[in-house]
Design a protein around this ligand. Structure first.
Ligand SMILES: [Zn+2]
Ligand SMILES: [Zn+2]
Length: 78
């Protein structure tokens, strides 16, 4: 699972999990306004791609996965 950052590394704009954002392979995270000015990640020169938005919560994961898997999800967050 991506460790989703909650703000842009350049301008510190808040980036909600469900907001549009761009990341590099090292998970440097940028808002769309900064990404438009960047050709590549200024930290690692890596390619920037659109971050998948997280619109569901653990409740949704638990509902769709077998109980055994759901227990593992819960434990890994505690
Ligand atoms: Zn930004
Ligand atoms: Zn980077």
């Amino acid at each position: 699972m991506l460790s989703m950052k909650s703000k842009c590394e350049l301008c510190a704009a808040p980036l909600d999990y469900a907001a549009e954002a761009f990341i590099c392979s090292y998970e440097c995270t940028y808002c769309p306004a900064c990404e438009a000015k960047l050709d590549a990640c200024p930290n690692c020169a890596g390619e920037l791609v659109r971050r998948p938005r997280r619109v569901t919560g653990l409740r949704e994961i638990a509902r769709r996965t077998p109980a055994r898997v759901a227990r593992r999800v819960k434990r890994s967050r505690s």
